[in-house]
Design a protein around this ligand. Structure first.
Ligand SMILES: N[C@@H](CCC[C@H](N)C(=O)O)C(=O)O
Length: 275
């Protein structure tokens, strides 16, 4: 099998393998093995997710987004910014574009120093309810920002055992069967929020989660009456900005803005993923 060209990109520390699959270069019959194999840290390229750019007769392109474990979630905010910049660099779309995801159509604008995407309208925003975590009651909020998220406010972001507590939330029976992502938020300098995320489908803490940042911004805006935009600092130190219109618990015109960096361009050889 011919090696497959790819870009390795990072959205605020959330990293992705992105492949132009418009000519169907990826073997469909071994797709999950390719995703899981290529996303393995140390043994292969390593990534939080893999994105296939594919043709569309409706919008500039459609994508398939895969978590590192091969699961297929509806949306990825950091990945969407990276896919948009990938498409612009490869001449697949202009700076203003639209592409289809399982969550719906995403509009994106590729700027000189970052990418801004219009999120699908959030759903089921709930704040200030108790969750029993191993006998400990924690107050949380939840919202679907393309994928499901739970947000917990903490005093010290460094003191959180993100993997242990994140797993309790991620697999909590209240969110079965699909589970949820788990975000921990604290107040940071200059009115910014500090955020850490345990990510479903990576099954670990990631250095950033775009839809999680949007979830945290909307839940805290709802609880604290914060005005748009809300700025957040991710675990990588990356900066994300969330713009929104909020009336009661209804949010519209939600935009996520942040970086989308090309790390390198490579070729994926079969031996790098065929386990
Ligand atoms: N990191 C992504 C979220 C990707 C999907 C998530 N892992 C899930 O399965 O819900 C983002 O930037 O939004």
């Amino acid at each position: 099998m011919k090696p497959i060209p790819f870009f390795k990109m990072s959205g605020s520390g959330n990293d992705f393998i992105i492949i132009d699959n418009r000519a169907a270069v990826v073997p469909e019959d071994r797709l999950e093995r390719l995703v899981v194999g290529a996303c393995r840290r140390k043994m292969s390229v390593g990534a939080d997710g893999l994105i296939l750019i594919e043709p569309s007769d409706r919008v500039d392109f459609r994508w398939r987004f895969f978590n590192a474990d091969g699961s297929l979630p509806d949306m990825c905010g950091n990945g969407a910014r990276c896919a948009a910049r990938f498409a612009f660099i490869h001449g697949i779309a202009d700076r203003q574009m639209a592409f289809d995801t399982l969550a719906g159509t995403i509009e994106a604008t590729v700027g000189e120093h970052g990418v801004r995407i219009r999120m699908t309208d959030p759903a089921r925003l709930k704040t200030g309810f108790p969750l029993d975590l191993d006998g400990r009651t924690v107050m949380v909020g939840s919202v679907n920002t393309g994928v499901p998220h739970v947000v917990t406010v903490v005093d010290d972001i460094e003191a959180v055992d993100v993997v242990r507590t994140g797993r309790l939330i991620r697999f909590h029976p209240d969110f079965a069967p699909d589970g949820t992502n788990a975000n921990f938020v604290a107040d940071g300098p200059g009115g910014r929020l500090l955020i850490r995320t345990y990510e479903r489908g990576v099954e670990d803490e990631t250095l950033a989660c775009g839809t999680g940042n949007v979830a945290a911004a909307l839940i805290l805006a709802h609880d604290r009456g914060l005005a748009s935009p809300v700025s957040l600092t991710t675990r990588s130190g990356g900066q994300l900005t969330v713009h929104f219109t909020m009336k009661g618990d209804r949010c519209t015109d939600v935009f996520l803005e942040g970086d989308a960096r090309v790390i390198y361009r490579g070729e994926l050889w079969e031996e790098a993923w065929l386990t």
